[in-house]
Design a protein around this ligand. Structure first.
Ligand code: BES
Ligand code: MN
Ligand code: ZN
Length: 502
């Protein structure tokens, strides 16, 4: 989807659909809409009076203008009560609007900034959110349907209308950010949607290669023999039951000064998690094709940083494997020698994410990073604790945690902190090695984070467990059913914020 911003007037905008917003507790039409309503013979006011449009959140009413206006149709979107309006509500309204537009068969629509009377945000942030909502609401994955999803048409372009020249430039900045951020999410959704017979570690490396087209992005792939030489026991141990060769993927974006320490993102990339010898039950196992979402999000975030030319140095690390049972697979009780010299007794081969992330985090230490954020579909315990709407966060640095918390709120992809207390390490003690890879029944998300912390060097670090949010059981305004790639925009926003501060 293509996004434009121009200075314009809703009364004069020639478009297939003009999207407008209304609040639930608003009796009269806002001033901005009055002349338009006059041209329509008072139809909007009438919809209000009759109760057909109450302004309830997510309500959508479509009318044809029948040449009373240059716009062919008006889509009146409810934004809910003024007091309750948030940036995310606007994102949702745009997502719903995009789906409604698609139903009409139209492929373009225009909208002025929505919710401005109630939101105290900059035109740039609002434009960003609107673009994100529209692009992500229109997202579809039809690549494997011979009917191309019932011939569902895509919305090709949206136009945001600015009041003033001043607003115009701010909105352009925001729209660009929104575009990069939503495209990053779409990329991550695509990668996680592809089945595991297609999206193998080798294919992930090819996808990473595509990102080098952005400029200032360099790719290094460590093959199995390189991993062996370096002593990446986690990578080797998890992948050795699979026929697919493991790839340790490193994507570097150099937008900052030469000697600036990099921000490092590490994403769990398990292209399929069968559990290995500790085989998972078959119910919902197909969802484990999305156990690479962390890595997919990191790829998306690096691409967005490059597209936005952010003045930062950034390294994305994707430890990429397939976790399968097999004659050569790691067995419960096997001991692995990890990249940082520590030994791990594998008591459950299904706790594989932490093993490959451990090598990723140890590798990150060598880059002398400014900070490290890892993102992973790590534990079922995260799903139990947080349900579908919060990302689990653990980390060793209050400032970095606060930054991610803020970015999460801005992006509408919120995090919730869990404790990372030494006491929990008790559960990870092994009789034969430095530690074991499972922590027993209680606090599964925490013991997984605790495990990772043993491979973290002397740098600020945050771990995000996205097992809760990565798969949606239902369609939401701008979140599709299935792989959601939630966390991508949080990462992108974090990088945008960082770029502004450095
Ligand atoms: N990829 C799974 C975690 C997961 C579960 C992600 C559900 C998304 C939805 C991870 O590798 C895993 O299997 N974790 C185990 C760890 C356990 C054996 C300690 C789990 O949570 O059951
Ligand atoms: Mn697993
Ligand atoms: Zn897994």
């Amino acid at each position: 989807m293509n996004c434009q911003v121009k200075q314009g007037d809703i009364n004069k905008e020639a478009t297939e659909v003009l999207v407008l917003g209304g609040f639930e507790d608003e009796k009269t039409l806002p001033k901005d809409y009055q002349s338009l309503d006059k041209a329509l013979g008072g139809q909007l006011q009438e919809l209000r009076k009759s109760g057909e449009f109450t302004g309830k959140n997510q309500q959508a009413v479509l009318i044809h203008t029948r040449k009373a206006l240059p716009a062919k149709r008006i889509l009146f979107m409810g934004l809910g009560k003024k007091k309750e309006v948030t940036l995310d509500r606007v994102r949702q309204a745009m997502g719903t609007a995009c789906k409604q537009v698609k139903k009409t068969g139209a492929q373009t629509f225009s909208a002025p900034l929505l919710g401005t009377e109630a939101l105290h945000v900059s035109p740039s942030d609002l434009a960003q959110a609107m673009v994100e909502g529209a692009i992500l609401g229109g997202y579809q994955f039809n690549q494997y349907r011979s009917d191309n999803g019932n011939g569902a048409k895509e919305v090709r372009s949206i136009t945001l209308l600015a009041h003033t020249a001043n607003q115009l430039s701010a909105m352009k900045t925001g729209a660009k950010r929104g575009e990069a951020s939503a495209q990053a999410t779409s990329l991550a959704r695509d990668l996680s949607n592809h089945p595991a017979n297609v999206m193998t570690p080798t294919r992930v490396a090819q996808e990473a290669k595509k990102i080098t087209k952005e400029g200032k992005v360099k790719l290094t792939v460590l093959e199995r023999k390189d991993q062996e030489k370096l002593g990446m026991g986690g990578m080797i141990g998890v992948s050795q039951g699979s026929q697919e060769p493991p790839k340790f993927i490193i994507l570097e974006y150099s937008g900052g000064k030469k000697n600036d320490a990099p921000i490092v993102l590490v994403g769990k990339t398990v292209t399929f998690d069968s559990g290995g010898i500790s085989l998972k039950p078959s119910e919902n196992m197909e969802q484990m094709k999305a156990d690479m979402t962390g890595g997919a999000e990191v790829l998306g975030a690096v691409r967005a940083a490059a597209r936005l030319k952010l003045p930062i140095n950034l390294v994305g690390i994707l430890p990429t494997v397939e976790n399968m049972p097999g004659g050569r697979a790691t067995k419960p009780g096997d001991i692995l020698n990890m990249l940082n010299g520590k030994t791990v007794e594998v008591q459950n081969t299904d706790a594989e994410g932490r093993l490959i992330l451990a090598d990723g985090l140890s590798y990150a230490t060598r880059l002398k990073p400014k900070c490290v954020v890892d993102v992973a579909t790590l534990t079922g315990a995260c799903v139990v604790a947080l349900g579908q709407f919060a990302i689990g966060m653990l980390g060793n640095d209050d400032r970095l945690k606060a930054e991610l918390k803020k970015a999460g709120e801005q992006a509408g992809e919120r995090v919730w902190e869990m404790p990372l207390w030494d006491e929990y390490f008790e559960q990870l003690k092994s009789d034969v090695a430095d530690m074991r890879n499972i922590g027993g029944r209680g606090g599964g998300m925490i013991t997984a984070g605790m495990f990772l912390s043993k491979f973290v060097g002397d740098y600020p670090w945050v771990h995000l467990d996205i097992a809760s949010t990565d798969w949606s059981v239902s369609e939401r305004p701008y979140v599709c059913k299935g792989p959601t790639a939630i966390g991508t925009r949080l990462l992108v926003q974090f990088l945008i914020n960082r770029a502004g501060h450095s």
